[in-house]
Design a protein around this ligand. Structure first.
Ligand SMILES: Cc1cc2nc3c(=O)[nH]c(=O)nc-3n(C[C@H](O)[C@H](O)[C@H](O)COP(=O)(O)OP(=O)(O)OC[C@H]3O[C@@H](n4cnc5c(N)ncnc54)[C@H](O)[C@@H]3O)c2cc1C
Ligand code: SF4
Length: 335
């Protein structure tokens, strides 16, 4: 590890003021410290934000405000989250391990970096880590990589489970920075790689996440978070599906679908959601939506299997959501 300054901030304003070139905020440290050990990240200054008063979950009108320092465990086991946003709860509990969830924060989860093996290996080129150096995953080992929204510069996936649920629930991210405070809709928070894959999000330099705001709860009855991975626990998603439905009798009134493990950001397809709305909540409708979504997929040399996996996971996720029988947290297989 290289040498760095350490500053502990007492207020959000102090944290923003302490920021400068090469500085990083640190919350749970479960991703940043790993990256520092691998020398992927070499901050000149660590700004410890763990004492900031951002560790509360509060009612906000019809919705809920989750402070950036609320741990993943605290969010998942909060009674209001469990009752009103069970999709979020299930997505959080599908991620990492109990120990990690006790340390990992809401803000840090949004900003955790890709798990692309080349990104972690400083002996290899990587456009995300060293802009302009190349992307060895293209034509290399890319079984875990993206099938949607890739560019010639990067095909990495976004790793978070929680963010897939937040995308489906249309959360908003509140941030504070040198230019003041602003709210960013979740769909605009993360970026596709384009020609600047080193930028994962649309945060400006020095901006700190203050909270994640959930709108009115609309899907506590019909939802599922289906995560498919190489082993039953403690692994990142190959494909995941956050599905949330509002039903009117046997018809779909509102549909929200977000996919994980398949793109550089939580992947939504509004056309597929619109296709479902007004249709009967049947396998046929769900298959039509899944077909529309995967029609856009562009496989790499080793990850073509994700297309059929995603198609089947979408159908299963929607069926589970419609039936009101979310997948058991311990059974993550798909037949
Ligand atoms: C072995 C292992 C398995 C894992 N499995 C999963 C999994 O299956 N699913 C999953 O979703 N995640 C998984 N994770 C990732 C874990 O959820 C993240 O590491 C964690 O959420 C990051 O939160 P943190 O508070 O520790 O962030 P930190 O490591 O402290 O920070 C991460 C990044 O966020 C920035 N940051 C933190 N807070 C703020 C803020 N408020 N404002 C601005 N910037 C901020 C930091 O500067 C840093 O760049 C796994 C991690 C490990 C180590
Ligand atoms: S996919 Fe992205 S993160 Fe992975 S090697 Fe290529 S540029 Fe780097």
């Amino acid at each position: 590890m290289n040498r760095f300054d350490y500053v502990r901030a007492g207020t959000v304003a102090e944290a923003v003021q302490a920021f400068g070139a090469g500085a990083r905020f640190i919350a749970g440290g479960t991703n940043l410290i790993d990256l520092m050990k691998y020398e992927v990240e070499k901050p000149g200054r660590l700004i410890d934000i763990t004492r900031l008063p951002l560790d509360r979950i509060e009612d906000s009108g019809d919705g809920l405000r989750i402070g950036a320092l609320v741990t993943n465990a605290k969010a998942a086991y909060d009674d209001r989250v469990a009752a009103r946003y069970p999709l979020l709860r299930n997505a959080i509990l599908a991620g990492a391990s109990a120990q990690l969830r006790n340390a990992a924060s809401t803000g840090g989860n949004l900003l955790q970096r890709t798990r692309c093996y080349y990104f972690y290996d400083v002996a290899t080129p990587c456009n995300k880590r060293a802009p302009g150096s190349g992307c060895p995953a293209i034509g290399g080992m890319n079984r875990i990589h993206a099938i949607f929204g890739t560019s010639a510069h990067c095909i990495a996936t976004h790793p978070s489970d929680m963010c897939i649920a937040l995308a489906a629930l249309e959360a908003t991210v509140r941030v504070s920075g040198p230019q003041g405070d602003r709210s960013i809709p979740f769909s605009e928070f993360h970026r596709l790689p384009g020609d600047s894959p080193e930028r994962d999000t649309n945060l400006a330099p020095g901006e700190i996440i203050v909270s994640v705001d959930l709108p009115e709860s609309r899907f506590p009855q019909h939802y599922t978070y289906l995560k498919l991975r190489d082993r039953l626990s403690y692994a990142f998603a190959l494909v995941s599906v956050a599905a949330a439905l509002e039903l009117d009798g046997d018809r779909v009134k509102t549909a929200r679908l977000a996919l994980g493990g398949v793109a550089h950001k939580p992947w939504r397809n509004r056309e597929a959601e619109a296709l479902l709305e007004g249709k009967p909540a049947t396998r046929e409708s769900f298959q039509a939506a899944a077909d529309l979504i995967v029609a856009e997929a562009k496989p790499q040399s080793e990850n073509g299997f994700k297309i059929d996996l995603a198609r089947r996971a979408i159908v299963r996720g929607l069926e589970q959501a419609a039936a009101g029988t979310p997948q058991s947290l311990s059974d993550k297989r798909i037949q």
